[in-house]
Ligand binder design. Structure first.
Ligand code: FAD
Length: 490
């Protein structure tokens, strides 16, 4: 029996909307089931240029996002590392990016995610909100559909050739693919966050930057969302759970007060009282990945598959990029050009590599902050990563870290991290006196590598060519079709 749909996507966040849109754009039948009714709240407000100018353009929604009035983000300002003074990076310093595409946005996710979901509907995706998926429908061979509850409370079943789980960090379906999540010991953090009804801004042209400030207990983000709205969150060690659980608001405000740079920016500014920004929320922002991102008939995309610490604002980029990679596999299978197993293997290899590059970079970045008296920061020394975790990560990276097929042993991985940390450290040391227009941090090789895929996506989306590296990512791998929406055999 032919299933009613080619693809069912579970979850309408950035990953789900991206995957559904990319498959519907090829004329296939796509059903997207979302538990909530949009707009709904979500954290993850600071975007990267690759999402705004790359993915959004591919999905045909870049102009609408640009018109939505989100805060323009030119880069980040950091109080981080040896230098006690804040320093900044601009996206325009990233190799190959130039104005006006060297920018991103700080977004209210309720609005941003709704724009992406409406766009999915516009290109033909059948979107059903208020429809939580309960379980997968599978037989011995493959996943064949889902069971969900419709808005009237009726149990329904829908069948498709493929199912994507894009239901985020709380996914209940991901456990059925590739065993349990592997959690990083290194990035075992807790985030407590809330909103101010305003807040001082950094001097122009950096007034839209994300500001990240390290302090004894961890680090704080400060994201200007609107003139009258600022997102402020603390990333701290899980040891603070009891205090945060007792009184999240008091714990959040204590953290803000403990960081003089952020405290000054919100002095005398009232906390927000408009819903949904009136609450102080808590998230375990533990980083994790799956040993396998797919099984016959199903792929995991976005936070369902993996997540890495938010300091570099990589979450939405990784989620949407991974979703595009998986959509290419579905499109290639449906047009008969590349069988499922080969297409999903390419998806997984490229997705793991991108995740691995950010993971590696973030470890080096954490290692930059010197604060021997702080429990949080001394636990973040790269040299203290235990061998078990390094081995687990080497397995995840599968020899693809930084494109170096030989990097599989933990010793070499460790050395690689240390070299990356040293490189960043010396770059940041020089930065104190440098004009940020020639920011040496962004000239560092590891940074170039980190933003490489995003830059390629963005560049090629703008110039209409094939998307990201058009050739195979590894020997024997697949190439990208001219429209960027499928794999081809090179
Ligand atoms: P989500 O955005 O979580 O979307 C999943 C969707 O699935 C939701 O709409 C949900 O309602 C739906 N759903 C769940 N279960 C079901 C079900 N059973 N049936 C149907 N639908 C279901 N990223 C950034 O890019 N920038 C940042 O500044 C940033 N800051 C962060 C700060 C913190 C503290 C944390 C924890 C994360 C941050 N992130 C950031 C990461 C970002 O939040 C995520 O990476 C991103 O939202 C992932 O998108 P997604 O589509 O995979 O999942």
């Amino acid at each position: 029996m032919t299933p009613a749909y080619d693809l069912i996507v579970v979850g309408g966040g950035p990953a789900g909307s991206t995957a559904a849109t990319a498959v519907a754009m090829r004329g296939h039948r796509v059903l997207l089931l979302e538990r909530e009714t949009f707009p709904r709240y979500q954290i993850g407000e600071s975007l990267l240029p690759a999402t705004v100018h790359g993915l959004c353009r591919i999905l045909g929604v870049a102009d609408e996002v640009a018109r939505a009035g989100f805060t323009l983000k030119r880069g980040g300002t950091m109080r981080w590392g040896r230098d006690p003074r804040p320093w900044q990076f601009s996206f325009s310093m990233t190799p190959r990016l130039s104005e006006p595409t060297a920018t991103a946005f700080q977004v209210e996710r309720s609005r941003f995610d709704e724009i992406l979901l409406r766009n999915a509907r516009r290109v033909g995706v059948e979107v059903r909100e208020g429809s939580p998926v309960r379980r997968l429908v599978a037989d011995g061979e493959r996943v064949r559909g889902v069971e969900y509850t419709d808005p009237e409370g009726n149990r329904r079943t829908a069948h498709a050739r493929f199912v994507f789980d894009a239901s985020g960090n709380t996914s209940r379906l991901q456990g059925q693919v590739g065993g349990a999540r592997v959690y990083s010991e290194f990035f075992r953090n807790l985030a407590v966050f809330g909103y101010y009804a305003g807040g001082r801004r950094l001097p122009a042209p950096h007034s839209g930057n994300i500001f990240c400030a390290a302090f004894d207990a961890g680090w704080l983000w400060y994201i200007p969302l609107r003139d009258d709205l600022t997102s402020v969150g603390a990333v701290i060690a899980p040891e603070h759970v009891p205090a945060v659980r007792r009184d999240p608001r008091a714990a959040w405000q204590d953290m803000v007060r403990a960081c003089p740079e952020v405290d000054r920016l919100v002095a005398d500014v009232p906390v927000a009282t408009e819903p949904p920004y009136d609450l102080v929320r808590v998230r375990k922002d533990y980083s994790y990945w799956k040993k396998t991102f797919w099984a016959p008939g199903i792929a995991l995309v976005g936070d369902s598959a993996c997540f890495v610490d938010p300091v570099l604002s990589s979450g939405v980029h990784l989620a949407t990029y991974g979703a595009l990679l998986a959509a290419r596999a579905v499109n290639a299978d449906l047009d008969g050009s590349v069988p499922e197993a080969r297409g999903f293997a390419e998806f997984e290899a490229r997705y793991r590599r991108e995740y691995g590059v950010f993971y590696e970079f973030l470890m080096a970045f954490y290692d930059m902050e010197r604060n021997e008296h702080s429990y949080f920061w001394s636990a973040k020394k790269v040299t203290r990563v235990d061998a078990g975790e390094a081995a687990a990560f080497a397995e995840l990276a599968g020899g693809l870290v930084s494109g170096d097929a030989a990097v599989v042993g933990t010793g070499r991985l460790d050395a690689h991290w240390r070299a990356a940390a040293a490189e960043l450290d010396s770059a940041v040391g020089r930065l104190a006196t440098a004009d940020d227009r020639i920011n040496p941090l962004l000239a560092a090789r590891v940074v170039g590598e980190t933003f490489r895929t995003g830059n390629e996506l963005q560049e090629q989306a703008l110039y209409g060519g094939p998307l990201d590296a058009p050739g195979p990512a590894a020997p024997g791998g697949l190439a990208v079709a001219a429209d960027g929406l499928a794999w081809t055999v090179p």
